[in-house]
Design a binder for this molecule. Structure first.
Ligand SMILES: [Zn+2]
Length: 358
């Protein structure tokens, strides 16, 4: 029993101390339930079904992606003014980021998830939150604007135009999220082409879709990253190509396991293991953390427990994420140095842990 406890303690030290780089975390999805309830009260919004902070994010009750997206809509609808965006960004980056040793995050914004709110209001509020979070904790961040694939191709194109008209240094690129079954990637080729012409980086979600969607992302949409991408391993040729081209995959173990995309919903994370074993460039993040009862540390814990990964394997996932960022080479090198120094310090602590010598 004592051995098991010591092994668990060791895992805890490693997953908590591990430096993390967050490339797949949605602003709306990272808002705490208590904040949603506070903001609803502030704006006089009655939450459907009279749900409270305790039962708002009951992930066991998400029947399917649509059920989850309805919860996401509730959260998005109460984040309305610049102060709200400041608060949500700040909380996500501090308690939901720096407290877990997240050194850097590229945050997904979903402007269509805040109906009626001007893009500029979102941007101004979030950027103020990012600045304050960096001043208080040192966490750095940038932004990715997510297009809603449940909406029309025209709406997605117009959002890209809005992003270009309101150019901000922090907005490094665009993404594509919401339901892949409703919005196949090829529908959005014009919006992605426009983004590419304007020099924006591109990524897109492919969580439930077949492997050929990944080819569509790379070849038609010009993506340099894939969010989730678990079905890549169903096609050996596409897997080989992604290994050779070092295409990063931003995997989110806990949320995807609950949705039965990365495994069978049993916490074995089989597809992520297959991706790592195939030599793919896997990175780890937590997607919509409070809504799936997780956090940046817990997603690494899930892999440590399911796959027996220790510091070497987990720090390799962070090293992948450093290389997968859209930072320029100077900033990426600085991030790489910080992550390596923290990993080395953690390895040293591991060496000095007395029980290992007994
Ligand atoms: Zn996502």
């Amino acid at each position: 029993m004592a051995t098991i406890d010591r092994a668990a303690d060791r895992t805890e030290r490693v997953v908590a101390g591990l430096p993390k780089v967050s490339l797949h975390c949605h602003l709306i999805g990272s808002v705490e339930a208590t904040t949603v309830v506070d903001l609803a009260r502030k704006h006089g919004v009655v939450i459907e079904g009279g749900r409270t902070a305790e039962d708002l994010f009951d992930h066991d009750s998400y029947e399917d992606l649509d059920e989850f997206l309805r919860v996401l809509d509730v959260a998005g609808s109460v984040i309305r003014d610049a102060d709200d965006f400041h608060r949500v960004a700040y909380e996500s980056l501090t308690a939901g980021g720096a407290a877990h040793n997240v050194l850097y995050r590229e945050i997904f914004l979903s402007p269509p998830g805040h109906p009626g709110v001007p893009y500029r209001t979102i941007l101004d509020g979030v950027r103020a939150g990012m600045r304050d979070a960096e001043a208080d904790t040192g966490i750095r961040s940038n932004l990715i604007v997510g297009l809603n694939r449940n909406g029309s191709a025209q709406a997605a194109y117009e959002l890209v135009e809005t992003v270009i008209e309101n150019r901000a240094d922090e907005v490094l690129g665009i993404g594509l999220d919401y339901s892949e079954a409703i919005g196949p990637p090829e529908r959005f080729w014009k919006a992605f082409r426009r983004a590419g012409e304007a020099g924006l980086n591109r990524t897109a979600h492919s969580e439930s879709g077949p492997p050929h969607h990944i080819e569509t992302l790379l070849d038609l949409l010009g993506c340099t990253r894939v969010d989730h991408g678990y079905h890549v391993v169903d096609d050996p040729a596409i897997t080989r190509r992604c290994v050779e081209e070092r295409i990063p995959f931003t995997c989110t173990p806990v949320s995807s396991d609950i949705g039965r995309y990365s495994g069978s919903g049993d916490g074995t994370h089989l597809r992520i293991k297959q991706m790592v074993d195939a030599g793919l460039m896997v990175t780890i993040d937590s997607d919509d953390p409070p809504m799936f009862g997780t956090d940046p540390t817990n997603d690494f814990r899930a892999l440590a427990n399911a796959l027996g990964y220790g510091l070497d394997e987990l720090s390799a996932l962070t090293a992948n994420a450093v290389e997968a960022t859209w930072l320029d080479e100077t900033d990426r090198a600085a991030l790489r140095r910080r992550a390596r120094a923290m990993t080395a310090a953690l390895a040293e602590e591991e060496e000095e842990t007395p029980w290992r010598k007994s």
